[in-house]
Write a protein that binds this ligand. Structure first.
Ligand SMILES: Nc1ncnc2c1ncn2[C@@H]1O[C@H](COP(=O)(O)OP(=O)(O)OP(=O)(O)O)[C@@H](O)[C@H]1O
Ligand SMILES: [Mg+2]
Length: 402
């Protein structure tokens, strides 16, 4: 189902959570993105691709603390959790409706209806073993490796997400990235910090609404195969243009610039994407930037920070190379970042009840960010002096020869 539209009749192995048959396709245009493929000029529904999409809705096996949680719930695989909550999520509007049931979107969706805290409690290690858990929760379908749960706070659906040992830094990084994007006027999800038992968590509101849904870049790339003359950047940009988003480059420019400043190591293709209107299926544009926490040397000891070799995703392996994909630096007013050093230190230190990050670490990170901003300003200046529209082309040649 897509809201109340019956998309396809499928059979699911309830225990394994595997789609064993696609019997009837009723509204093919509403099928999840990337499962319609053409074979000898005929369109087919790729059951393997549909299963891949379905499995991707389940909690990844790499999620922190998942084996203990499954043990408490008495369940073998995270895939089993999917069918128990009809596959409902707070990031899109797909679900499965059992045959002959009279359930409607209005009755089941998590945007309007409350949901159980049971699964969130278990995922956070605070759930007790009880006889029957209430499995109807969007936590069954949340993605990502960090411990997380959805909570209704002041009537709003909010995602609460942990950091990881040893510094538990990711929640602070989300807040710092938000501040940097505020200053640069970049569309992003605002994050705050909440503390629970002396541990910091990031909190952000759901940016998906009753009318819009998130489609990850990974899914967008499934719309059609990459052509030989395209690198991954051009594959993504070209598909966005083909589906009608003419101005996608400026939002990718912004993402690359921010990721450079914060030394983001994990902007994989499920960490950004597009929004579309669920009812009209019209593409709206890039989703606001979210999940920027795996950055700012989150797991690196202080003495290595200024020299650390930072991984880069999704288009290039180094931030230097990825920066060459930026078409237009002139829209970024880097002077708006003046004084960000002090703000970074302040965010790390104030209200930090548990000393995961001390002042020395905060200072080193802030100084290194400042240095990256200076370098970026120099690069931007050189770029505007020399820009001849050939950056992406040169980059492509290099990619092909690689
Ligand atoms: N504010 C939000 N509103 C709606 N959906 C969200 C929001 N934040 C995250 N999501 C969805 O939840 C998924 C997991 O969240 P997020 O990427 O922040 O977690 P993570 O554990 O840091 O991920 P990773 O494994 O990439 O580090 C996202 O890929 C996205 O689909
Ligand atoms: Mg993520």
């Amino acid at each position: 189902m897509h809201k109340n539209i019956a998309v396809a009749k499928i059979e699911i192995d309830y225990v394994l959570g595997v789609i064993t048959a696609v019997n009837d396709v009723l509204h093919r245009e509403h099928l999840p993105i990337g499962v319609r493929h053409s074979l000898r000029h005929k369109e087919i529904i790729d059951r393997a691709a549909l299963n891949h999409w379905w499995r991707d809705r389940s909690i990844p096996a790499s999620r922190m603390g998942i084996s203990e949680a499954l043990n408490t719930l008495g369940i073998y695989e995270t895939g089993e959790l999917l069918t128990k909550c009809f596959g409902l999520s707070l990031s899109d509007h797909y679900w499965i409706k059992p045959v002959k049931s009279d359930l409607t979107w209005e009755k089941v969706n998590f945007f309007d209806n409350d949901f159980s805290d049971d699964i969130g409690d278990v995922l956070f290690g605070t759930g007790k073993k009880v006889l029957s858990f209430d499995f109807v929760s969007p936590d069954n379908t949340s993605d990502g490796n960090l411990k997380k749960r959805w909570k209704i706070m002041n009537g709003k659906r909010c995602l609460i997400k942990s950091g990881s040992a040893p510094f538990r830094q990711q929640p602070f990084n989300e807040v710092i990235a938000s501040k940097i994007m505020d200053r640069l006027g970049i569309n992003h999800v605002p994050y705050g910090i909440v503390w629970n038992e002396n541990e910091p968590y990031s909190v952000c509101e759901n940016f998906v609404t009753k009318d819009t849904e998130l489609v990850s870049a990974y899914r967008i790339l499934q719309i059609r195969p990459k052509e030989n003359h395209e690198n991954e950047y051009m594959h993504y940009v070209n598909i966005c243009k083909e589906i009608g988003l003419k101005d996608i480059v400026s939002s990718i420019d912004a993402m690359i610039v921010v990721d450079h400043i914060i030394a983001n190591e994990d902007r994989h293709f499920n960490n950004f994407g597009l929004l579309r209107n669920v009812d009209t299926l019209e593409w709206i544009g890039a989703a606001p930037i979210f999940d920027s926490g795996t950055s700012l040397w989150y797991d690196t000891q202080e003495k290595f920070i200024p020299y650390a070799d930072i991984k880069c995703k999704p288009f290039k392996k180094t931030h230097g190379k990825q920066l060459r994909l930026v078409s237009d630096f002139s829209v970024f007013d880097f002077s708006k970042l003046d004084g960000i050093e002090d703000e970074i230190i302040e965010i790390f230190i104030s209200g930090n009840y548990s000393n995961f990050i001390d002042e020395n670490r905060a200072k080193i990170i802030a100084e290194t960010v400042q240095q990256r901003i200076y370098n970026l300003q120099k690069i931007a200046l050189r770029h505007s002096e020399n820009f001849d529209n050939s950056f992406s082309e040169g980059d492509l040649e290099e990619n092909i020869s690689e």
